[in-house]
Design a protein. Structure first.
Length: 182
C-alpha cells in the first residue's frame, strides 16, 4: 500500500499535488460540501486552522458530491463559495469521490487505515431517520467526516461528520499530535 504522501491529488486550481505537500505537518483531511446541513462547519474548521497552523496544523478540504448531491459545483464555484461565505484559507483540492466504485485512492487508504470513527452513532442514527443506510460500516458516513494524519503521514484518528472542529475529542487529538516533533 503506498504512503498517503504518494497518492496524487488534483488541487482546486488544477495543478497536481499530494498530501506529501504537507509533509511534517499534522493534517486534518475533511470531505466537504457546500449544500449540506453541516456546511457551517467551515467556520469552525477555518477558526481551528487559523489558531493552530503556526504550530503545524494543515486542514485540507476534499469536496465530494457523494451524499445527496450536496456538492454539485465546479472546482471554481466551490472555491468562490468557500471564500465568499466562510473566508476559507486552508487548502482545497479538486472534487473527488469518497466512496463507491469511483472512490479516490486517498479515501480507500484513509478508510482502510481507520475503519471506524470517534463519535460514531448519533449521526448514523439520524441518517437512518432520513432513509440513509450506508452499505459498509467502514465507508465514509456523510460530508465533513475527518481523518487526522500525523507528521509522518499515518492516519491516527477518524471523526464522525457531526464532531465539530471545536469538539474536545478532536482538539485534544490534534494537540497531542502537534506536541510530537516531526
Amino acid at each position: 500500500m503506498p504512503s498517503l504522501y504518494d497518492i496524487s491529488l488534483k488541487r482546486n486550481d488544477g495543478t497536481t499535488g499530494s498530501l506529501g505537500d504537507h509533509r511534517g505537518d499534522v493534517v486534518l483531511v475533511v470531505n466537504v460540501a457546500s449544500k449540506c446541513g453541516l456546511t457551517p462547519q467551515y467556520t469552525g474548521l477555518e477558526k481551528l486552522y487559523q489558531a493552530k497552523r503556526g504550530e503545524g496544523l494543515t486542514i485540507v478540504g476534499m469536496p465530494a458530491n457523494n451524499f445527496g448531491g450536496q456538492e454539485p459545483g465546479t472546482d471554481d464555484e466551490i472555491k468562490d463559495f468557500c471564500s465568499t461565505n466562510y473566508d476559507v484559507h486552508f487548502p482545497l483540492y479538486a472534487k473527488i469521490s469518497v466512496l463507491g466504485d469511483d472512490q479516490h485512492p486517498l479515501y480507500a487508504s484513509l478508510t482502510k487505515a481507520q475503519p471506524s470513527a470517534i463519535g460514531e452513532g448519533p449521526m448514523r442514527e439520524r441518517l437512518k431517520g432520513y432513509g440513509v443506510h450506508p452499505k459498509n460500516p467502514t465507508d465514509v458516513l456523510w460530508n465533513f467526516e475527518k481523518f487526522l494524519v500525523d507528521r509522518q503521514g499515518d492516519v491516527v484518528a477518524r471523526f464522525s461528520p457531526d464532531v465539530a472542529a471545536d469538539d474536545p475529542r478532536l482538539v485534544s487529538a490534534i494537540d497531542a499530535e502537534l506536541a510530537k516533533k516531526a
